[in-house]
Design a protein. Structure first.
Length: 189
């Protein structure tokens, strides 16, 4: 019995050290060296203050800011601790009602014409930090009026913060709402 127990205990301890300590420390070290910003949460700073992450949306509701797409996370919008899809399918009456409510809210805020899908429907995680350039452009008039700034100036800001496809082929063009809203508040030089 002792002959069988000793190797089992030794192997268990070796694998605990390898998989529980050495591997996580090595991967953390590689991440810190190769991708320090991403390894530390892709934090966005305003001066010395961390104001969010470029990977997790925030709930902007003021007329002075661009609005993100709706969030369906539990307890509060953009609650990263409660990220989940709504699990509502295309034939769901609850989903149709939610989309209708969002479209009406946007229309009441002065967004006219067809509402881009990301303006009325939540992302799969409920945390998407980006909106389409179309949804951003649909909000230009509202933001410009609330700030008393000419629309072309706000539209140019949207264009400046529009990111293209990764390597020109992966994903869709997008605008990070947090970075765009920080630029709105940045002093003009």
């Amino acid at each position: 019995m002792r002959a069988q127990l000793r190797p089992a205990i030794v192997l268990t301890l070796i694998f605990i050290v390898l998989t529980g300590l050495a591997y996580p420390l090595a991967i953390t070290g590689i991440g810190q060296l190769a991708f320090p910003a991403q390894a530390n949460g892709s934090l966005v700073r305003n001066g010395d203050t961390v104001v969010g992450s470029s990977l997790i949306g925030q709930n902007f509701s003021s007329e002075r800011y661009f609005w993100p797409r709706p969030s369906v996370t539990a307890d509060a919008p953009y609650n990263a601790g409660a990220s989940t899809g709504s699990n509502l399918g295309p034939t769901s009456a609850a989903l149709a009602a939610r989309v209708k409510t969002e479209v009406e809210r946007l229309a009441a805020a002065g967004i006219t014409g067809p509402v881009p899908a990301d303006g009325a429907a939540a992302s799969g995680s409920g945390l998407d930090p980006d909106i389409t350039p179309e949804f951003a452009r649909a909000q230009v008039k509202r933001v410009a009026a609330a700030r008393g700034v000419p629309e072309p100036e706000i539209a140019a800001l949207v264009d400046r913060f529009t990111e293209g496809r990764l390597l020109g082929i992966v994903g869709e063009p997008r605008v990070n709402v947090l970075r765009l809203n920080l630029a709105l508040d940045a002093p003009k030089s």
